[in-house]
Design a protein around this ligand. Structure first.
Ligand code: DGT
Ligand code: MG
Length: 439
């Protein structure tokens, strides 16, 4: 009970990878406040802000692992990672139910920054500039940016800001699986990211793929994309070649080059799926999926879709479909519905067009099998868990952990893993289920 907790302050292991952190916990009113402080520091994005943001996050993460609701400051005594600033915040919430600093932070500027940075591809620097121009709503930004590039972005803005549901993620996985298995039987395909950690909604769908036979995965992704393109479901995207080399296992600087988190071959893009697929349960037989490609091509056909079934023999230098083509598709549809001529069409009108599909962000990642289980841990996340387990490996074991593997810097050797459990064993950690990694 609480009294005994007060007498015997609780002790938690220092690193989040040494303890379970679940979606549901006892201390949301504190963690919400601390994560607003984190978010605010991230949005300010000045010198020192990123380390402040991480300090708030670490404190929040400790409270998420606490197996009881915090009721007194004395319970914090033996907990690490909760600094004086966080303690003041927690104390005020304990005494007054809320923290005045956190309330004050959520001002006009904060709300505008949250709105602007929620736009796909907009970071805090651009958002700040917009606010300096006097803009405060999405509409202001839409009226201020009317070039054709921007009009395309606006047309998909509300789709991409509608959370992806678990059922939609499973639907997308089925489509990808069907095509992937046709090209490469025996392929292993796994939804990672937030959905694997137990979330029912997410901002995108992350799918990690590998093949148990060495080398089979080479060139696979381009062929997969070609088939998905032929089905007419790709709106746009970017295929990144693998930039991995073995010396990256040991060299920190190379691994984190240019803000990249890893060097796998991957495709980051936007696909369209029928709006109805989040309403009806996903089915396992593939018959229901065959019509998805045609979901938006009944009336207009400005997007060219080769119908050949020889995708597996197609060239490997896949050229992503241009977003503009999909946009033209929307525009001609708008004209048919007499919503106006091209120049009169507002992004809002386009976004609300009567169409039967919705745009979704998808990441497809391909890993060689001998790196797969490290890739799986990395792409399951969450981000804070990754930070923590990598710091733990470095500081406590003298090992370098990445999504490509684990390297013992003292013994100068890599430690392979044939399962996720072996990744944890190699790190001398108790296994944590994916849903226990919500730091
Ligand atoms: P959300 O926002 O609902 O999609 O949440 P998550 O947790 O799925 O976040 P997301 O999709 O940005 O990333 C999935 C996980 O993969 C995340 O925990 C961190 C990790 N991750 C993201 N980008 C990269 C990357 O480029 N390389 C590696 N190794 N991991 C990444
Ligand atoms: Mg995700």
């Amino acid at each position: 009970g609480n009294d005994s907790n007060r007498r015997n302050p609780f002790i938690l292991p220092e690193y989040a990878c040494q303890r379970a952190t679940c979606l549901k916990h006892y201390n949301h009113k504190f963690t919400r406040a601390l994560e607003i402080l984190q978010k605010h520091a991230e949005l300010r994005d000045n010198e020192h802000d990123s380390s402040r943001a991480l300090a708030f996050r670490r404190a929040s993460c400790v409270l998420k692992s606490l197996p009881f609701p915090l009721t007194s400051m004395s319970q914090l005594k033996k907990l690490t990672n909760i600094g004086d600033h966080c303690k003041r915040v927690i104390q005020e919430i304990l005494e007054d139910g809320e923290c005045s600093e956190v309330t004050k932070l959520q001002d006009d500027w904060f709300h505008k920054m949250v709105v602007f940075t929620s736009i796909f591809g907009i970071g805090s620097a651009t958002a700040k500039k917009w606010i300096e121009k006097g803009w405060s709503t999405i509409k202001d930004a839409q009226e201020g940016h009317i070039s054709s590039d921007w009009r395309v972005k606006w047309a998909f803005h509300s789709d991409l800001n509608t959370p992806v549901k678990l059922q939609e993620a499973q639907y997308i996985q089925q489509i990808v699986r069907k095509e992937a298995e046709t090209i490469l039987p025996g392929i292993i395909l796994q939804i990672t990211g937030g959905f694997r950690r137990g979330w029912e909604e997410g901002h995108d769908v992350d799918i990690l793929m590998t093949h148990p036979e060495d080398g089979k995965e080479v060139g696979f992704l381009a062929r997969l994309l070609h088939r998905l393109h032929n089905k007419g479901i790709i709106l746009c995207g970017n295929l990144e070649k693998s930039t991995y080399s073995d010396d990256m296992l040991t060299l920190d600087s190379k691994l984190s080059a240019k803000g990249q988190l890893d060097h796998f071959e991957k495709w980051l893009g936007i696909i369209k799926i029928p709006q109805s697929c989040s309403e009806t349960p996903a089915r396992d037989d593939s018959g229901s999926l065959s019509n998805i490609g045609s979901c938006d091509h009944k009336g207009t056909n400005s997007v060219a879709h080769p119908t050949s079934n020889t995708a597996s023999e197609q060239p490997l230098n896949y050229q992503p479909l241009n977003l503009h083509e999909s946009f033209e598709d929307l525009e001609s549809k708008a004209k048919k519905q007499k919503l106006g001529t091209e120049n009169e069409l507002s992004p809002m009108k386009l976004a609300k067009l009567d169409r039967n599909w919705i745009a979704r962000r998808v990441d497809l990642i391909v890993s060689p099998y001998n790196q797969y289980f490290y890739a799986l841990v990395g792409w399951t996340g969450n981000k804070q868990f990754n930070r923590d387990i990598r710091t733990y490996a470095q500081k406590e074991l003298g090992m370098k952990l990445s999504s490509h593997g684990l390297y013992d810097l003292n013994k100068n050797c890599a430690l392979p893993a044939r399962s996720e459990k072996e990744v944890f064993e190699n790190l001398k950690l108790q296994y944590l289920e994916p849903w226990e990694r919500n730091c």
